[in-house]
Design a protein around this ligand. Structure first.
Ligand code: SF4
Ligand code: SF4
Length: 425
């Protein structure tokens, strides 16, 4: 083996630790959403990803370098961790994909550059503009005219997530209709000419933008009505960096994590109120291990709402659980509990530890795969036969929004607040 840096050797060790206990039983394949949606291409499934990891180690040990093309296998992973829930050996194929992407981005172990140009663009723009599409300022639009408590140490942190869905939809459509090569070339061009991202605002779907802004306003009102005081960073609010981490850009993520942590300290934040599962999971379970001074309390806005404030109804609804809430850390099921206090909740067969991802994380890189997964999840949700499907994540909502039955939890809740109902009567 040719001389490798300490960082690369550590990456290999991490990969070996993760794949070595695999006994090749295939249980993980039975729950992995990307395998059937890819037409059963084995390297686009959980066991296949572990096998690719094992082959990479064999190549390094034999030839000193990875010749195998591994990018599609790892970048197409949803990071949902459904595979980990069923693996008798405790192997996490999602983690294997994360390490695999880190190996690709480090560039030292592969014979050719396998970095995904769309991933590169996202990381480049985030590092430069603190937003994956360079639209941070536009993302504050929803808050126009609303009052915040600038002295409060509670920060309402949207992470720009709801706001970006208006762009994801259009960009996802471009990827699906123009093809992978076109999107990659467009991403390469934008990476080189990042200043052009100022025109990104013309790619938004205005109807989706209005809807997403209305959900953020619902969240604002739900918190205000509950007597919570909070501030907001407006145009300065940065994206949390989830993509940088999930796409395997470890060094960049370390830098970004420090920037984010410093910003919160500078603004004297003590409690971060998150509004989406990806930001909550990142701040709760991942980011603290990248910095030394993460001393903030991280909560989900639903934690601050009282069940008694909502009217019990005769509704029969279906709830789609976000993987990043139920399959990460300790698991988090406050949205389900809150909904159960208001309505009869019918859960689809794939729920709890068996939850099936909406396909959203693949939207920008593998549009067709993502829409196959969301079609399947939508079918599973419809099978419960209820009139409403409730989501608690902007990405799930955007991907599953295939008819009028799908609704964000914030709009479901706000319409069932006791005060709200009294006003209507
Ligand atoms: S379930 Fe675990 S042990 Fe079985 S094939 Fe998948 S990774 Fe290997
Ligand atoms: S994390 Fe999800 S998409 Fe990735 S291998 Fe596991 S089950 Fe499949």
């Amino acid at each position: 083996m040719t001389e490798k840096s300490e960082y690369s050797l550590k990456l290999l060790e991490k990969l070996e630790d993760e794949v070595n206990s695999c006994i090749n039983c295939g249980f993980c394949e039975s729950v992995c959403p990307t395998l059937p949606s890819s037409g059963f291409i084995s390297s686009i499934g959980a066991r296949g990803r572990v096998d690719v990891g094992k082959e990479m180690i064999r190549e390094i040990k034999g030839k000193g370098v990875i010749e195998l093309k591994v990018d599609e296998s790892f970048y197409s992973c949803l990071d949902c961790y459904a595979c980990l829930q069923v693996c008798p050996a405790g192997v996490n194929a999602g983690k294997v994909s994360e390490i695999g992407k880190e190996i690709i981005t480090s560039g030292e172990l592969t014979i050719e550059d396998q970095k995904n140009p769309i991933a590169n663009m996202i990381v480049e723009l985030t590092m430069k503009y603190r937003n994956p599409l360079g639209i941070r300022e536009v993302c504050a639009g929803w808050s126009a005219g609303l009052q915040f408590e600038s002295e409060s140490t509670n920060l309402l942190y949207t992470g720009n997530m709801y706001q970006m869905m208006a762009y994801n939809e259009t960009l996802g459509k471009i990827e699906k209709s123009m093809g992978d090569a076109f999107s990659k070339n467009m991403a390469r061009y934008l990476t080189k000419h990042s200043g052009l991202s100022k025109y990104m605002k013309y790619f938004r779907n205005k109807k989706t933008e209005r809807e997403m802004n209305s959900y953020l306003k619902n969240i604002y009102s739900l918190l205000k009505d509950s007597g919570i005081k909070f501030t907001y960073l407006h145009e300065e609010e940065p994206y949390p960096g989830t993509f940088i981490h999930d796409l395997g850009y470890e060094k960049e993520f370390s830098e970004y994590a420090k920037y984010l942590c410093d910003l919160f300290h500078e603004r004297k934040v003590k409690t971060i109120i998150t509004v989406d599962p990806h930001t909550y999971d990142l701040l709760k379970n991942t980011l603290p291990s990248y910095v030394t001074d993460f001393d903030f309390k991280v909560i989900y806005y639903l934690d601050l709402l009282e069940e008694n404030d909502f009217q019990r109804t005769s509704d029969n609804i279906t709830y789609h659980e976000p993987c990043h809430l139920v399959l990460r850390g300790e698991g988090y099921n406050r949205p389900k509990k809150l909904l159960e206090s208001i309505a009869k909740v019918s859960m689809p067969y794939r729920s709890g530890k068996k939850v099936f991802c909406c396909g959203g994380p693949d939207e920008l890189l593998y549009g067709k795969l993502s829409s196959n997964i969301s079609e399947e999840r939508f079918r599973q949700l419809k099978e419960t036969g209820t009139e409403k499907i409730i989501t608690a994540c902007p990405i799930c909502l955007s991907n599953l929004n295939k008819d009028d039955s799908v609704e964000d939890i914030s709009s479901y809740l706000i319409n069932r607040r006791k005060d709200n109902l009294k006003e209507v009567q």
